[in-house]
Design a protein around this ligand. Structure first.
Ligand SMILES: Cc1cc2nc3c(=O)[nH]c(=O)nc-3n(C[C@H](O)[C@H](O)[C@H](O)COP(=O)(O)OP(=O)(O)OC[C@H]3O[C@@H](n4cnc5c(N)ncnc54)[C@H](O)[C@@H]3O)c2cc1C
Length: 533
């Protein structure tokens, strides 16, 4: 497969660029254009918090790329790497189409950024990120499942932990998600007979001095005031240092006992973009690829980039700045990049990126929002109404607009939907992080997995035996379970410990293989055998 233009990434930048190129080139059959996307939909990310909060259904916030970008070839797959010498991308299209080559004349990098939660111990294992549609669906299900569990349990400590929710990060995503979760929890709690009188705790942790610093202190303080009035705890100037299955540890030494943590921090450069920059010696700016104001990559002729993954110079009323990583910039950059690409193909002069910034809006729940538009600041119901009108107008596709309008109207009169329909978990491998003294398993618990100690140590206790310590590389398997499939030992963390758990299908597979005699092989061979199996 070879195309005149390949756009890598189907977010706002890529989709709007492809749509414009399709109109300018694809329709007339003049040039062949392809867009590569991991999913076959354009996700309207600014509304993801509403999906997590059960205000909107998931189909309201996605748009099929094949309908959105007409006259271009949509290729669903994940870019594995860029082979610049061969002018080709190596694509993983799924289970049966790995290492597929897609050639190009011009390449547009629109891969955005990725989430990296590895810098805070336990954060990747125990927190819910909020970036993709899958994240929003999982978070909504997790929150509702916590209510279900809390309704069942009588132990007050466990119930308190189940009803405590921590949101990390006080930017747009954090504030909007926190507001939506609070609405969902307060409204849904009344449906649970055992929870009506029980208090909920929602904590928003932010490392800076004000929420929403992007739109100014005053509006950030207003958002804080609205959230606090509704019962949310806002912890400013505080960082999370560690997360475990039941605790969020903060840099002031205190800890919040909670089983649900949402992480809206940890933006990191896209590794595919960074890899190409390194190979071609392209300069980067805080993890964003450097481009000229025309969005052509510095020092290259056939390589272009825009959106969150690129540092695009922007003339803000005479002041030269880097474009902020927001949707309104990404989609306009996508369109203008397409126009410049066509100009370049026709040998015409290119134009610098231009955009008159209009402002920003963020909702804080309970029909309140904060907004800065054309230099004016609004808050409360008017800002919320403006938020909904503007986003409805921006939402691509008439069908989506109608659906969202209907969902929002229903929401005024009816409760949010708390149905959870999930396929059974298919966890193959899971990571666990334990703090010293935390319990992993108790004697008598059902054996539902096998543990591999990656770092740290566990204390093993069994009735009538001296406690022993299990260090790194130990495998805890059925050897310590009885014929009814119950553990015969208790394991607690002797220090800060990281463990890999083989669960679900992987566990079943390993059990079968162990029965076939795999246990006779050296331990180091067992895990790779399982993974390849
Ligand atoms: C929850 C949330 C709320 C937000 N709210 C707002 C808001 O209210 N207002 C606002 O202006 N902005 C908001 N933003 C920011 C805005 O969504 C981003 O700035 C915008 O999406 C950036 O567009 P992009 O195309 O550069 O990147 P993305 O939209 O991230 O698109 C990148 C695309 O590349 C794909 N990709 C990545 N790696 C690969 C690979 N290896 N192979 C194939 N495809 C790949 C991804 O799947 C994705 O489709 C929000 C973001 C989030 C996450």
């Amino acid at each position: 497969m070879k195309f005149d233009v390949v756009i890598a990434g189907g977010g706002f930048t890529g989709a709007y660029c492809a749509r414009a190129l399709g109109k300018m080139l694809g329709h007339a059959g003049e040039k062949r254009v392809a867009i590569i996307s991991e999913r076959n939909v354009l996700v309207f990310q600014p509304m993801l918090a509403e999906v997590a909060g059960s205000s909107l259904s998931v189909l309201d916030v996605v748009n099929p790329l094949r309908q959105f970008c007409r006259h271009v070839n949509v290729l669903q797959g994940s870019v594995q790497r860029i082979d610049w010498e061969r002018r080709a991308l190596v694509l993983d299209g799924g289970r049966f189409t790995r290492n597929h080559l897609v050639g190009f004349e011009h390449l547009v990098l629109a891969l955005g950024s990725v989430t990296d939660l590895s810098r805070v111990p336990g954060m990747a294992d125990y927190s819910w990120p909020m970036k993709t549609v899958a994240d929003a669906i999982r978070l909504r299900a997790a929150v509702i499942n916590r209510l279900e569990e809390a309704n069942l349990i009588e132990d007050l400590d466990t119930r308190r932990r189940l009803l405590t929710f921590v949101i990390v990060g006080g930017g747009y995503t954090g504030v909007e998600t926190a507001g939506q979760l609070l609405d969902l929890l307060l409204e849904s709690k009344m449906l649970y007979a055992n929870l009506r009188e029980v208090p909920l705790r929602v904590v928003l942790v932010h490392s800076r001095a004000h929420l929403l610093e992007e739109i100014g202190e005053r509006l950030g303080d207003y958002a804080q005031c609205v959230l606090e009035k509704r019962g949310m705890e806002v912890r400013l100037g505080t960082r999370v240092t560690e997360v475990t299955a039941g605790k969020v540890i903060l840099d002031d030494g205190s800890a919040i006992e909670a089983h649900t943590v949402v992480s809206t921090v940890g933006n990191a450069p896209n590794p595919i973009t960074m890899d190409l920059c390194q190979k071609l010696g392209i300069p980067t700016d805080k993890g964003r690829i450097r481009v000229e104001a025309t969005m052509r990559v510095v020092g290259q002729t056939n390589l272009w980039a825009a959106g969150d993954g690129a540092s695009v110079p922007w003339d803000d009323r005479g002041q030269l700045k880097n474009s902020p990583p927001t949707a309104q910039f990404a989609l306009r950059q996508g369109r203008q990049l397409a126009e410049n690409l066509v100009r370049a193909m026709r040998g015409e002069p290119l134009r610098p990126f231009k955009y008159r910034y209009m402002g920003q809006l963020a909702t804080v729940g309970q029909r309140a929002a904060v907004a800065e538009l054309f230099g004016f600041r609004f808050s409360g119901f008017i800002a919320w109404w403006m938020w909904r009108s503007i986003y409805l107008a921006k939402l691509p596709g008439t069908l989506r607009k109608l659906r969202v309008m209907m969902d929002w109207t229903f929401e005024l009169f009816f409760r949010r939907d708390i149905s959870v329909v999930q396929p059974p978990p298919e966890d193959i491998l899971r990571s666990i992080h334990l703090e010293k003294g935390e319990l992993l398993i108790s004697e008598g618990d059902r054996c539902r997995g096998i543990f591999f100690v990656r770092r740290g140590a566990l204390t093993r206790e069994r009735s009538g035996e001296e406690p022993t310590t299990l260090g790194p590389d130990t495998i805890v398997d059925q050897e310590w379970s009885d014929e009814r499939g119950r553990w015969t030992i208790t394991l607690t963390a002797a220090e800060s410990t990281d463990i890999t758990v083989f669960r679900g299908r992987a566990f079943e597979l390993l059990k079968t293989r162990l029965r076939l005699g795999l246990r006779d092989e050296p331990e180091s061979k067992q895990i790779p055998t399982l993974i390849s199996g």
